[in-house]
Every structure is written in structure tokens, then in C-alpha cells.
Design a protein around this ligand. Structure first.
Ligand SMILES: Cc1cc2nc3c(=O)[nH]c(=O)nc-3n(C[C@H](O)[C@H](O)[C@H](O)COP(=O)(O)OP(=O)(O)OC[C@H]3O[C@@H](n4cnc5c(N)ncnc54)[C@H](O)[C@@H]3O)c2cc1C
Length: 812
């Protein structure tokens, strides 16, 4: 691999980090081209003020930021560190923000970064310009600080050069040569470079470069205001570049850093100013940077007023200069990393902040060199994570602008986007609306979270009310629907889950190679299995139904599963992979009375003998041909019932009518989530990710080591011997503090792990939280605490599953 000719486009902080990390792994046939000069190319890195705050709800972003901090601290530029570790302070001026800072503190603790929430006096002690009367407290992270972005670029370039990497300044890439769907070269305005691997680190120009190989990159360059004050008399004469911590005042979209005896101020609360990558000025002979647009002082006026309120000393100075600087935003706020699905050898590393740049460099280098990233779980950053509708230009522009607006907002984990909505509608949608569904989007589908029509059920049960935060996007109906499912029967719209057909004479061998479980079973068998990476880490969990000798239907998690399948297709064309999600739909019919509902509307034998647990068969329900899979993620008798989209509404109506005499209800995702956790069913992405293996995740039952080879098998065997942590089930007595995920877990007051997913269990009448814990504190009965805002909530490790461990309900 190391001998592959590699061209990196862009020598900003991302391209430089990648050149450094790749060359450190023995890759030296690397050429880095940039249209600008080196190291000041004129891209975003050339004027980034370099604030590095590590706090994030995303574990991988915090981990990448922490790596950037560690690397830049020791990275030397002319004998000086590339990082000024002045610490980071986020201040709260409202009670809501103070609560949010406690939540953010929880994330840092969960992801292993030390920080503390401090009172107003301490805020002033830490940052002498802050007005004591304005703030209620702050989040203090002593390892945050200022990346000297340009120094870091230069230092990493020098190191890479020392290992033989070539850097070509003033070389604009004008085309990328592709043959047989593989890159073969890069065309610049100074000639052509042959290449086996091309990595675009072109930042705000990313969409333009990606378009050269026909890739639509969902990224929008947006202008962001940065202003510099004159000298502040109160600190006049400060000769150090920065001594006060970097400071965030999120309530008003502001951040600050010392700039000797003045301040540099960043501002996000102006209206988004998007620009097309094609309209960004080219590098020319002037001193002007293409990524810098003219400052619009009128947009900055509110920022200056708020600054003077928070930092009264700024009343004695003024804004001397400013820019509207361009950088990249994406639809979900995450970077875009990975290889194009269509063009082999074309990779991107875009929409990356300075904060995460070294982490991204490392992730990309590992991925390129070893085929996967060992250090970080990067599935949230994968460029192939999007559904087609999420790449439509109108969607990208709207979501990217909204992400700019929300960059510092307090966002509830369930908070839906306001727009665009109603993008993907299941065939049950109008019926769900009639039942007054409260919808939350999932993969673009409108999915009921609960149904207003079930309000009458609430009085039947005693449903505890969670506190304010947990009560958002919640209704007691959620609890009533959960209870009613366990007692009677409910219909769940399962359309939002991805469905994939795998067909062809090579289908069995193909799936056997990818799956940990044995899927070479008789027609009609349904198998829960995992997909592993070569390192034995979980890439996904899927359910595979064999519907014919050469036909499987797969219930999957998302677009990355399709991507994984397509990357492993045999070249001989014996396997076809088709996303059938849009043309199909699914209802989960579950509950002890599920069989009664079907009794009058199908001739098929739905008894235990007629359709056993984890078997599938075709039948008709009324006039509707369906496939029924006998399984249930809510832990009750019943089936996932699939049909084509055109027949969906008819299926709904048929079940609904037949169910009336059995008290059928429609139930939403809120109830589903609670019921699933009572049964201990894991969810990929939350409970387990690429960094976990099946044994520690409690999914060893889905691995058949003796079935023959499969991807990840060897690595998994080695990992099996080295288990140090586990995904444990905790129960919580408090009915108010319903944790939501990502909260830290403490043993004897020390952080030991973090919550993955959580819900209130209405049947078991306790809160449930799954958490990653070291084995030594995961014994059943161990008493722990969960950090929930500024509280510690008592939790106990409990044997799982919490409900029906003998499986009598499912097999009944
Ligand atoms: C005002 C402002 C403040 C910011 N503040 C912070 C902050 O405090 N903290 C933080 O973490 N981040 C901050 N950012 C964001 C950060 O600066 C960027 O996300 C980061 O610098 C992007 O690095 P990059 O290497 O991807 O892009 P760039 O630095 O833009 O590098 C891309 C390179 O690709 C080259 N290129 C593009 N197209 C071609 C082509 N066709 N041929 C050859 N070369 C090409 C360009 O010349 C450029 O050098 C800020 C950004 C702005 C604008």
C-alpha cells in the first residue's frame, strides 16, 4: 500500500496533517498540491483564530480534538509549541445555559476529558475581563486552548518533507483522470501527476474538486464574522499573545481569544451567508485571501453590544478590523471523510475544523494504510452516510445554513429539524395523521413517536412524569402505548428501517463472508447477525431473512450498510444488492393478542408450528400479499409484516379493522424504545459502534466462529481473550431523572463509563440505562451513579434482560 502514488489536494491544516500522518506510516510517494502559496495558501486555515474547545456531544469529535491538542502541544515551530494551552471557558448568562454547561461537562467526562463547572467568581478569576454580574457560572476545561494553525501547517509540512513528501505550491487542480471507475491521475495547471490515490482536502473548494469525479459533496461554504479590537486599556501592554482562556458566550453566538492587549471576536448570530464553492475567488497575485470576504460591520453590531455587556473593558476600545471568513458546514455538523463509492481511489477529508484536524489526519492515514481506522470510530463522519435526498442541493443548502444558526444552540437529543419536513412519507402516513400522530423524522421518514388518539389510554395506567428535560418530546401517552402493547396488541410503523435485497447465485457465499452468524439456513430462516470490520469491530447489526435459495432480504441500519455491501460485491456479477426501502413498507404487529388479529384475515397457519420464532413466510392478509417475519424488538408475540408501498395503506386498514374487536392501537417510537430496552435489544450507533466487539457488547450469541471464515473473524478471536469492558444494564429508581444517553457513569465518585441509550421502562417501573463500563464495576448489584446535569442519579447494575428472560412471550 505504501508504494501507491498519492496526491493530496490542499495544504491547509487538514492536508498538512494527512501528509504528516501518512508519511509517518511509511507512505512517501505523496505529492501535496495547492493552488495557493505555502504555508499561507489563502484557504480557511490561513486566518483561523485557532480556538480549540474539546466539548462535544459527539464522542469522536471530542476524541479527535483531544488528539489535536496533544499533537499540537508537542509540535514545534521554530522552537515553540503550536498550541497555547490557555484553557477554555464557556460562560452561562441564563439558567438554561448553565444547565446546558452541566450537560456539556457530562459529555467531556464521558469522553475522558477533565473539566469542571465553576461559579461566577471563578469565571472572573479565570478571565479577568468577564463582568461578574453578567454570568451565572461557566464550564472550565484547562486543556483547551489556541492552535497556532499556520505554525501547525508549516511544522507538519516540514516533517512530511523530511520523509520525502513533495509539496507543489501554486498548482491548481483542474481535472482528475478516471479510468474504469478508478482514479489514475490529477491534472494541474502545470501538468499531470499520475495517482492511485487522490485525497481532496480542499476545504471550502471541496464540492468543486469532488465534482471533477462526479461526486456531489453535501457541504456549503458559509461566511463567519471575525473581528479584531484595538488595544484594551485595562490590559494595555500585554506582551504575551494570549494569557486568558479562550471564551465562549454561546447565548449570543460569540467567542473570544486574547490578541495581545486586544481581543479577536468570532460571531455566529448573523444571518447565514452561504456562497457556492464555484464563486470563491481564485488565488491571484494580490495579498487578498480567497477565503476572506469583506467585513459587513452592520451584521456585527449586535455582537459588539453583547461584547460590551459581557466584557465591559471593551467599552474603552473599538473594532479595528474584521473579515467575513469562509469555512465549511455540513447537514449534520460532522466532517465528510472516506472514499467515493463510485470512483475507487478518490477520497475526501472535508468540513474539518482546526480543532479536529490532527485527529482527522490520523483517522484518514490509518484508514488509507490499513483499510480501517483503529483509533477512532468514524462512522458518523463517513461521506457515504447520506440518503440520496440528503444530497439534493436545496436540502444541503437549507440544512447547512440551519447548522450555522444552531452551532451554539441548546439542542435536545430528540429535537427534530423544522424544515424540510414531510420528505419521506410511509404509505401509512395519512392514517397516522388521522390518529393525531406526533411525528419525529428518522432517516427523513416521518415516524410517529406517539399518537394523540391514544390520550384516553393514559388514565388506565399510572404513568410517572419525568422532569422538564426528559419530558420534552414526551407525553404520558408513550407510557400508555407501551403498557397497552404488553397487554393487548399494537401496530408499529417500521418503514423507516432500511431494507435491502441481496440476490443472485453468489448471495449465500457473499453474506456468509460478511456476517458473523450462519445465514446458510433453510429458506424461511431469519437470522440476527453482525457485520464486522477487519479489526473485529461492529460495523452494523442486521437481520437477514432467507426468502429463496438465491434471495435474502436484509433489515439494516442505514446507507452505510449498502455501502459496505457494495464495496464487498464479487466482481463476477453473481450478487446484486438493491435498496428496496422506498418501494416497500413494514408494520410491526405485536402483543399477546397479535394472533387474534390475524385469525380472521388470513388463511395462513400462524400458530407456533405454522410459523416458528425467527422464521419468515409469504402469505396474504386480506387482499394484500405480504411476507411475515416472526420476531419482535418489543419482546412480544407478533410479526414484522412487509409489503410493497402501493399496498401499504390497504394492509394498515385491513389490520386496523380486524384489530378493533381486540382493542388494537397504533403505537409510536417512544413506546418502542422503552420496550426494546426492557428486552435488552441493542441499537447500532448508540449502544455499540465500530470500536466495540460482539462479545463485550453482549452479542456473542450472534457469532458462529465455527461456520468458516468471515470478515473480522481472526481479529475477533484475538479480541475475545482481551475483554476489559462490557455493555451493562443499569436500572434507576428515580422516575423523574430519565437519562437520555451520553451521560457519564461514576463508581465511588470516579468516572468509569458512559450511558449509550436509556428510557423509562413502563413494565418494570424503573429507569433503564445501558452503559459501557469496565468489567470490575459491571458486576450485577454494583451501585453506581449517573451524572445527569448537576445531579448524580443512583443506578444499579442489573441482570438483563429485564423483561421476560425466559422468552415465553415471544415464543408463545
Ligand atoms: C473566520 C473563521 C474562524 C474560524 N475559527 C476557527 C476556530 O477558532 N477553531 C477551529 O477549529 N476552526 C475555526 N475555523 C474553521 C477552520 O479554519 C477550517 O475548518 C479549517 O481551517 C479547514 O482546513 P482545511 O485544510 O480543510 O481547509 P483550507 O485551509 O481552506 O485548505 C484547503 C486548501 O485546498 C486548496 N485547494 C482548494 N482547491 C484546490 C484546487 N483545485 N487545486 C489546488 N489546491 C486547492 C486551497 O488553496 C487551500 O489551501 C474558522 C474559520 C473561519 C473562516
Amino acid at each position: 500500500m505504501a508504494g501507491r502514488r498519492t496526491v493530496i489536494i490542499g495544504a491547509g491544516v487538514v492536508g498538512a496533517a494527512l501528509a504528516d500522518e501518512l508519511s509517518a506510516r511509511g507512505w512517501t510517494d505523496i505529492t501535496v498540491v495547492d493552488q495557493g502559496d505555502l504555508p499561507v495558501t489563502g484557504g480557511s486555515s490561513s486566518h483561523a483564530p485557532g480556538l480549540v474547545f474539546q466539548a462535544s456531544g459527539s464522542k469522536v469529535l471530542t476524541e479527535m480534538a483531544r488528539y489535536t491538542v496533544e499533537k499540537f502541544v508537542s509540535l514545534q515551530h521554530e522552537g515553540q509549541s503550536c498550541f497555547l494551552q490557555v484553557g477554555g471557558l464557556e460562560v452561562a448568562t441564563t439558567p438554561e445555559r448553565l444547565a446546558e454547561l452541566h450537560r456539556r461537562h457530562g459529555w467531556l467526562t464521558s469522553w475522558g476529558v477533565e473539566a469542571e463547572v465553576v461559579d461566577a467568581d471563578r469565571c472572573v478569576e479565570l478571565h479577568s475581563l468577564v463582568d461578574r454580574d453578567q454570568v451565572l457560572g461557566g464550564l472550565w476545561c484547562p486543556t483547551d486552548g489556541l492552535a497556532k494553525a499556520l505554525w501547525a501547517v508549516e511544522a507538519q509540512i516540514e516533517r512530511a518533507k523530511g520523509r520525502g513528501v513533495k509539496f507543489l505550491a501554486r498548482h491548481e487542480v483542474t481535472d482528475i483522470r478516471v479510468e474504469d471507475d478508478k482514479v489514475v491521475g490529477v491534472v494541474t495547471d502545470h501538468g499531470e501527476l499520475p495517482a492511485d490515490i487522490v485525497v481532496s482536502c480542499a476545504g471550502i473548494w471541496g464540492p468543486k474538486v469532488a465534482a471533477l469525479v462526479g461526486l456531489d459533496l453535501p457541504l456549503t461554504p458559509l461566511a463567519h464574522q471575525l473581528a479584531v479590537t484595538g488595544s484594551i486599556p485595562e490590559v494595555a501592554g500585554q506582551t504575551d499573545e494570549a494569557i486568558r482562556p479562550i471564551l465562549r458566550h454561546q447565548e449570543h453566538g460569540l467567542y473570544y481569544r486574547d490578541n495581545f492587549d486586544g481581543l479577536t471576536i468570532g460571531y455566529y448570530h448573523h444571518e447565514p451567508m452561504p456562497i457556492s464553492a464555484y464563486d470563491i475567488r481564485a488565488v491571484d497575485e494580490t495579498e487578498e485571501m480567497p477565503s476572506v470576504l469583506e467585513f459587513t460591520p452592520e451584521d456585527f453590531e449586535p455582537a459588539w453590544a453583547e461584547t460590551q455587556a459581557l466584557l465591559p473593558a471593551t467599552n474603552d476600545t473599538k473594532v479595528e478590523e474584521g473579515i467575513n471568513g469562509l469555512f465549511s458546514f455540513t447537514t449534520d455538523g460532522m466532517p465528510l471523510l472516506g472514499e467515493s463509492r463510485e470512483v475507487k481511489g478518490f477520497w475526501v477529508a472535508e468540513a474539518v475544523w482546526v480543532t479536529h484536524s490532527a485527529g482527522v489526519g490520523r483517522a484518514m492515514a490509518e484508514w488509507l494504510a490499513n483499510g480501517h481506522c483503529e483509533t477512532f470510530d468514524i462512522h458518523e463522519c463517513d461521506v457515504n452516510r447520506f440518503e440520496d435526498y440528503q444530497i439534493a442541493p436545496a436540502y444541503v443548502l437549507e440544512r447547512d445554513c440551519q447548522n450555522f444558526r444552531e452551532v451554539y444552540d441548546i439542542l435536545h437529543p430528540l429535537q427534530p429539524m423544522d424544515s424540510p419536513r414531510n420528505v419521506r412519507l410511509s404509505p401509512f402516513f395519512s392514517r397516522e395523521e388521522e390518529l393525531d400522530a406526533f411525528f419525529l423524522p428518522a432517516n427523513g421518514w416521518e415516524r410517529p413517536h406517539w399518537y394523540g388518539a391514544n390520550a384516553g389510554l393514559v388514565e388506565r395506567y399510572d404513568i410517572p412524569t419525568p422532569n422538564d428535560w426528559a419530558a420534552r418530546y414526551w407525553d404520558p401517552i408513550v407510557g400508555a402505548e407501551a403498557k397497552a402493547t404488553r397487554e393487548g396488541v399494537a401496530m408499529y410503523d417500521m418503514t423507516a428501517l432500511k431494507r435491502i435485497n441481496v440476490t443472485g447465485p453468489g448471495a449465500v457465499d457473499f453474506l456468509q463472508r460478511l456476517c458473523t452468524n450462519d445465514v446458510d439456513k433453510s429458506v424461511g430462516a431469519v437470522v440476527y447477525t453482525l457485520l464486522l470490520g477487519a479489526d473485529g469491530g461492529i460495523r452494523s447489526d442486521i437481520t437477514v431473512a432467507r426468502l429463496g435459495n438465491h434471495h435474502y432480504q436484509v433489515g439494516a441500519n442505514g446507507a452505510l450498510d449498502i455501502d459496505w455491501f457494495e464495496r464487498h460485491l464479487p466482481e463476477d456479477g453473481t450478487v446484486q444488492v438493491t435498496d428496496i426501502t422506498p418501494g416497500t413498507c413494514c408494520i410491526g404487529l405485536w402483543g399477546p393478542k397479535a394472533r387474534d388479529v390475524l385469525a380472521g384475515i388470513t388463511d395462513a397457519d400462524m400458530t407456533n408450528d405454522g410459523l416458528k420464532y425467527f422464521r419468515a413466510k409469504s402469505l396474504t392478509i386480506g387482499n394484500v400479499p405480504v411476507t411475515a417475519w416472526r420476531l419482535s424488538y418489543v419482546g412480544e408475540l407478533g410479526w414484522e409484516i412487509y409489503t410493497t408501498a402501493d399496498l401499504g395503506q390497504r394492509l394498515w386498514d385491513t389490520l386496523w379493522e380486524a384489530g378493533q374487536e381486540h382493542g388494537i392501537i397504533a403505537a409510536g417510537r417512544g413506546a418502542f424504545n422503552s420496550l426494546r430496552l426492557e428486552k435488552g435489544y441493542r441499537s447500532f450507533g448508540g449502544d455499540m459502534t465500530n470500536e466495540h466487539d460482539p462479545y463485550e457488547a453482549g452479542l456473542g450469541f450472534a457469532v458462529k466462529l465455527d461456520k468458516g471464515d468471515f470478515i473480522g473473524r481472526d481479529a475477533l478471536i484475538a479480541r475475545k481473550e482481551r475483554q476489559t469492558r462490557t455493555l451493562a444494564c443499569l436500572t434507576i429508581d428515580s422516575t423523574e431523572d430519565v437519562v437520555l444517553g451520553k451521560e457519564p457513569v461514576f463508581a465511588d465518585g470516579k468516572p468509569v463509563g458512559y450511558v449509550t441509550s436509556a428510557a423509562y421502562g413502563y413494565t418494570i417501573e424503573k429507569g433503564i440505562a445501558y452503559a459501557w463500563l469496565p468489567l470490575e464495576v459491571a458486576e450485577v448489584g454494583t451501585e453506581l451513579e449517573i451524572g445527569y446535569f448537576d445531579k448524580r442519579v443512583r443506578a444499579v447494575v442489573t441482570a438483563e434482560p429485564l423483561f421476560d428472560p425466559k422468552m415465553t412471550r415471544l415464543r408463545g
